[in-house]
Design a protein around this ligand. Structure first.
Ligand code: ZN
Length: 382
């Protein structure tokens, strides 16, 4: 595949065909960088399996399993806002509801859909790979073909980076796939070289890698073992993102793949400067052991890591988002997200700053455009 030259969204054939991007409810154009679609059940994927695997799934009773990820339980209140839940089935399974509440509801130009499903976390590397391929074909056919404002993430088998890279290669010719998605809590730190084939393939095709909140559950969410409650599990996801920053920079991922963008989704935002202060300070003292890290970690993170907005962690007091940008010395890092259908706020109150500010425009539109080069592609042909 040859990437076409970046162009304006209006000429990309992306959605309305209008002369300029549509205006969102915030008064300026917006791109939603994290909303969710869900596999209703494994039966939805059966038509996308080949004859061998279809027979295997039926014979072994796999077609009757739920494969819901423990870290994304569909029945939990946080997994689906009451007014964003379909009448039946899981949150995120209704395209009409997604259109009404997310695409039309916020008035976004485009939205990048993440599909989180247990099939990508299977211990069987072959089966995980087959399920991911089926998911990507299902996403393209059932969602992207049906709704031109949607883009999606390539789902990959996280237990086998070589097979994951092959899946990226297979899907990369479809420009509607805007990034690669993985869960942040894996079996080992994300900077380890085992994962590098994924980063190499992603960088080659201009695809950021989204690390979304969630766990393969091969290890507990905390370093002290398993907690008892979903509450503990969900809050502890933030620690996994901190570990990811530390590992990605220290292991030299960005030295090897300098053009790679990593997008943290549902990570929260305001924890990052404090974590980097400690990282920066310690690096100055011991940097001889990682000579490939030639710049302060904060500078590398500023260039290579982005964060979706919701759920925004804003304790009492306004101005946290502006202060984050001051501390990071950048207004380029935060990307607008509704996180539909997850429940973090009411109505369309997803933006924690005045929509009239210049920072709002950056977060809503300019930062997404700069982070995802494929959103500006002129040609969408497969
Ligand atoms: Zn999300």
């Amino acid at each position: 595949m040859t990437l076409a030259a970046p162009d304006t969204l209006a000429r990309s054939g992306a959605s309305s065909g209008a002369a300029s991007p549509r205006t969102s409810v915030f008064g300026s154009p917006a791109i939603d960088c994290d909303l969710h679609i869900a596999v209703p059940s494994i039966k939805a994927l059966m038509p996308y399996l080949d004859a061998y695997w279809r027979q295997q799934f039926v014979t072994r009773g796999i077609d009757r399993l739920s494969w819901n990820l423990t870290s994304d339980p569909p029945g939990a209140p946080i997994s689906g806002r009451p007014d964003w839940r379909p009448a039946t089935g899981k949150p995120g399974t209704s395209l009409p509801l997604l259109r009404e509440k997310a695409l039309d509801g916020f008035g976004v130009e485009l939205a990048i859909a993440n599909c989180i499903y247990g099939g990508a976390a299977l211990h069987s590397e072959d089966m995980a790979s087959v399920v991911c391929s089926a998911m990507n074909d299902w996403i393209a056919k059932e969602w992207l073909d049906a709704e031109p404002r949607l883009r999606a993430s390539i789902v990959v088998p996280m237990n086998n980076p070589e097979l994951a890279a092959q899946e990226i290669e297979r899907c990369a010719s479809d420009n509607r796939f805007a990034q690669v998605s993985m869960l942040v809590a894996q079996g080992e730190p994300l900077g380890k070289r085992r994962h590098w084939p994924i980063y190499a393939a992603a960088e080659k095709h201009g695809l950021p890698v989204c690390l979304h909140a969630g766990s393969l559950y091969h290890h507990p969410m905390t370093t002290n073992g398993y907690g008892s409650y979903f509450l503990e599990d969900y809050v502890a996801q933030a620690f996994a993102f901190e570990s990811a920053v530390l590992s990605l920079v220290s292991e030299g991922v960005f030295a090897k793949y300098p053009a790679l963008k990593i997008v943290f989704a549902e990570s929260g935002v305001t924890w990052l400067p404090a974590a980097l202060w400690r990282f920066n300070k310690t690096w100055r003292g011991v940097r001889a052991e990682i000579p490939w890290v030639k710049r302060p970690p904060m500078d590398i993170v500023r260039d290579n890591i982005r964060l979706t907005l919701q759920p925004f962690d804003e304790p009492d007091g306004a101005g946290r988002l502006e202060r984050f940008c001051e501390q990071m010395k950048s207004d380029r890092m935060v990307l607008f997200s509704s996180d539909f259908p997850h429940w973090h706020y009411e109505g369309t109150d997803a933006l924690p700053i005045s929509p009239k500010s210049g920072l709002a425009r950056r977060i809503l539109y300019d930062n997404p455009r700069e982070t995802f080069p494929r959103l500006g592609l002129r040609e969408l042909a497969r």
